[in-house]
Design a protein around this ligand. Structure first.
Ligand SMILES: NC(=O)c1ccc[n+]([C@@H]2O[C@H](COP(=O)([O-])OP(=O)(O)OC[C@H]3O[C@@H](n4cnc5c(N)ncnc54)[C@H](OP(=O)(O)O)[C@@H]3O)[C@@H](O)[C@H]2O)c1
Length: 274
C-alpha cells in the first residue's frame, strides 16, 4: 500500500441525510479511510464534509489522520445536480469537480481522486485519456496525492497503459466471487503495484456469504461470515470497502483484520464460486 493508505475504507454512498452522522460514527468506530464522490445522485459529499467537521470538533480525528478519497463522475453518471458546467470540456469539468469536492470536504487536498468510470464499457476512449490527463494535472497541482480509476475491465486497463498515460495508484471495482473475485484485474494490478479496492464484497456475493466453508471458518474464529469475507479480501491484497450503516458492523468489519485464515482457506474461498 502507498504510505498512509488505511487497510479499510468506509464508503459513503446512498446515505443521503444520514451521511454526516454515519461518517462521524464510522470515524468514531475507528475508520481512517473515507470514500465518496462528487456525484449527488448516489453520494452526499457535502454531508461527508459535515461529518468530518463534526469529528474534528469532537477531537475524534484530525485531517492528518485521514485518507480522503473522492471521484470525478462524467455527465453520463450524473443526474441534474452537476458539480460542473454541463457544456464545459472534460478538463474544465475535472477542475470544477475537484474545486467543489475540496469545498465540500473542507480541505485543500484529497488523498485520492478517482475516475468514477470510463465513458464506454468497451474500451479506453480519447475522452477518457483527456479526462485522465486533467486528473493527473490536479495531482501535479497538489490537490490530490494520488489518482485512480473505477469500474474498469482488464481491457480498459491494458488500453489505458498502451495509451501511455500515467499509471493509476488505485483501481476500485465491484468484486464478483464468480470471476474469482476479479482475478485478472487484481493480477494486472499486483504486477504493477496498483492497489485494488473491492466494493460490494458482501452484496455481490450472497452465495459465498452463505457458503458452508465460510460458516465453518466463522464459527472457528468466533466471527461472522462478513468478517471472513473482509479478512479474505485483505489476505489476497485488496483494500476492501464497507458502507455499513450499523455501528456493530463497523466495529466487526475493522476487527476482521485480526482473523486468521490459512493459505489453503484463502485459496478455497478464492475459487469457491468459480
Ligand atoms: N466506484 C463505484 O462505482 C462504487 C459503486 C458502489 C459502491 N461504491 C463504494 O463502496 C461502498 C460500499 O458499497 P457496497 O456496494 O460494498 O455496499 P454497502 O453499502 O457496504 O452495503 C453492504 C450491505 O451489507 C450489509 N451488511 C451486513 N452485515 C455487514 C457487515 N458486517 N459489514 C458490512 N455490511 C454488512 C449492510 O447492512 P447494514 O448497513 O445493516 O450493515 C448493507 O446492506 C459505497 O459506500 C461506495 O463508497 C463504489
Amino acid at each position: 500500500m502507498p504510505p498512509s493508505t488505511p487497510d479499510f475504507l468506509y464508503g459513503t454512498a446512498w446515505k443521503e441525510d444520514r451521511t454526516a452522522g454515519l461518517t462521524e460514527l464510522a470515524l468514531g468506530a475507528g475508520f481512517r479511510g473515507i470514500d465518496t464522490a462528487n456525484q449527488r445522485r448516489h453520494y452526499h459529499e457535502a454531508g461527508v464534509g459535515e461529518g468530518l467537521a463534526a469529528a474534528y470538533r469532537a477531537g475524534i480525528v484530525t485531517r492528518a489522520d485521514l485518507f480522503l478519497q473522492t471521484k470525478f463522475t462524467s455527465l453520463g453518471g450524473q443526474d441534474h445536480r452537476l458539480p460542473y458546467d454541463r457544456d464545459a470540456d472534460p478538463a474544465t469539468q475535472v477542475a470544477q469537480s475537484m474545486a467543489s469536492s475540496l469545498e465540500h470536504l473542507g480541505t485543500d487536498r484529497v488523498d485520492s481522486f478517482v475516475l468514477h468510470g470510463p465513458s464506454s464499457g468497451y474500451g479506453w476512449t480519447d475522452e477518457d485519456a483527456e479526462t485522465w490527463a486533467a486528473m493527473v494535472k490536479e495531482r501535479e497541482a497538489g490537490r490530490t496525492r494520488m489518482v485512480g480509476v473505477s469500474n474498469v475491465s482488464l481491457r480498459h486497463l491494458m488500453q489505458m497503459e498502451a495509451a501511455g498515460g500515467e499509471r493509476p495508484a488505485f483501481v476500485q471495482n465491484r468484486c464478483f466471487a464468480r470471476l474469482a473475485w476479479d482475478h485478472d484485474v487484481r493480477a494486472f494490478c499486483a504486477e504493477r503495484g496498483i492497489v485494488y479496492q473491492g466494493f460490494s464484497l458482501l452484496t455481490a456475493n450472497p452465495e459465498v456469504v452463505r457458503a458452508r466453508l465460510v460458516a465453518g471458518i466463522a464459527a472457528r474464529e468466533r466471527a461472522t461470515a462478513a468478517q471472513v469475507i473482509f479478512r479474505f479480501a485483505q489476505a489476497v491484497g485488496m483494500l476492501p470497502l464497507t458502507g455499513t450503516t450499523n455501528v456493530e458492523h463497523m466495529k466487526q468489519d475493522l476487527a476482521s483484520r485480526t482473523l486468521t485464515l490459512s493459505a489453503d482457506e484463502v485459496h478455497a474461498i478464492e475459487s469457491l464460486a468459480v
